[in-house]
Design a protein around this ligand. Structure first.
Ligand code: UT7
Length: 332
């Protein structure tokens, strides 16, 4: 019996309407468009303004977009995995609510948390269910309402992140297309470089944690940058080597959109020209779990059956890695 591979067969996405530009940020914190553009490549990001909507709203919209485009019956979905760093609430997985809301009533569901590597790790998880032969349709969503955990007085973090969601469907493939190889890594020594201190079991919420402003993202940007720029490139280079590939063989790099300079360092190491690198950081910023599927959402029409893609990410934890995948369909 030939091996079952796990292929992406549909893509969806959603970003909220409100555009937070660098110019607007200049009126909120001591920053400027030139600094943000030169250091990160970001010009604007989308923000979910509605106070009564959480990450589930973004995830549901992205999933609905996928279902509407692909005409897949949600009742046929076996599993919904939601990669997120900003669940609606800590207990009662957000993915379960999302699955029910989109009509995936026969699916089971859960959340997967690995900061900016959540979607990359989720690809491996989703693919394993398919490769096992037990499940036929796995919906993987990456969604984050980063604006809910940012301090808009901290110029070192609030300029970087945005809100958004993307979704992909994994199905079995008989032609060997889909996920081919993966290198996934973590290092707990990075825990204190990118974190939210309070609100978990180690430091539960209290008047003091609120007074100390410990419920927002803290990032030691320089340290994270140093690790991200080497680790993401290392993993991407290694996955090429291991599969006897060079930059010439690869059609697309799908990189986590945290910083233009990190993306460029990775593509340089892979000997890839700019035209082969998916980039939307300038318009969405860093949407954490949503960066990779939002790249696919924006570039889907350019992808052809058999194209070789390398996905790469780096995030808090630390967590990072690269996945090599062959694309399974021509533009529809
Ligand atoms: O997705 C999860 C993983 N995260 C990442 O991969 C992010 C990795 N880190 C980075 O992308 C970069 O470190 C940042 C974009 C966060 C910062 O860029 P940087 O080039 O590392 O800047 P820096 O922190 O070294 O700061 C340089 C200067 C400092 O001023 P002095 O000390 O040189 O006078 C900062 O105070 O820039 C100042 N600065 C700003 N100036 C204007 C910091 N933030 C801002 C700002 N606007 N928003």
């Amino acid at each position: 019996m030939s091996k079952i591979t796990a292929a992406i067969t549909a893509v969806g996405g959603y970003v909220p309407d409100f555009v937070l530009t660098n110019k607007i940020l200049e009126t909120m914190v001591d920053t400027n468009d030139e600094w943000i553009t030169a250091r990160t490549g970001i010009k604007e990001r989308r923000i979910l303004k509605d106070k009564d909507k959480g990450t589930s709203f973004l995830a549901i919209e992205a999933a609905k977009d996928l279902l509407q485009k692909s005409k897949v019956d949600p009742k046929e979905i076996d599993l919904v995995i939601l990669a997120t760093a900003t669940p609606d609430m800590l207990v009662a997985a957000t993915g379960i609510y999302v699955a029910t809301q989109i009509g995936a009533i026969n699916a089971f569901s859960y959340d997967l948390m690995a900061a900016c590597s959540g979607f990359l790790f989720g690809m491996s998880t989703a693919a394993s269910y398919i490769e096992s032969g037990k499940y036929k349709k796995v919906l993987l969503i990456g969604a984050d309402k980063m604006s809910s955990i940012l301090d808009y007085k901290d110029r070192t973090t609030c300029i970087i992140f945005g809100d958004g969601a993307g979704a992909v469907l994994f199905e079995p493939n008989k032609e060997g297309l889909g996920i081919q190889d993966e290198i996934l890594k973590t290092d707990g020594n990075g825990r204190h470089s990118l974190k939210i201190d309070a609100g978990g079991s180690l430091l539960p919420s209290s008047k003091e944690t609120i007074a100390r402003n410990q419920h927002v993202v803290f990032q030691d940007g320089k340290t994270v940058f140093k690790f991200a720029v080497t680790r993401m490139a290392d993993a991407s280079e290694k996955i090429l080597e291991r599969n006897n590939l060079t930059g010439d063989d690869i059609e697309w790099l799908v990189p986590h959109q945290a910083n233009n300079r990190i993306i460029d360092a990775t593509s340089r190491r892979m000997n890839l020209p700019n035209e082969k690198v998916m980039k939307n950081i300038y318009k969405y910023g860093n949407t954490t779990s949503a960066t990779l599927p939002l790249c696919l959402w924006d570039y889907e029409k350019k992808l052809k059956k058999g194209d070789k893609l390398v996905f790469a990410a780096f995030g808090g934890g630390f967590s990072w890695g690269a996945i090599y995948l062959t694309w399974a369909y021509d533009p529809k």
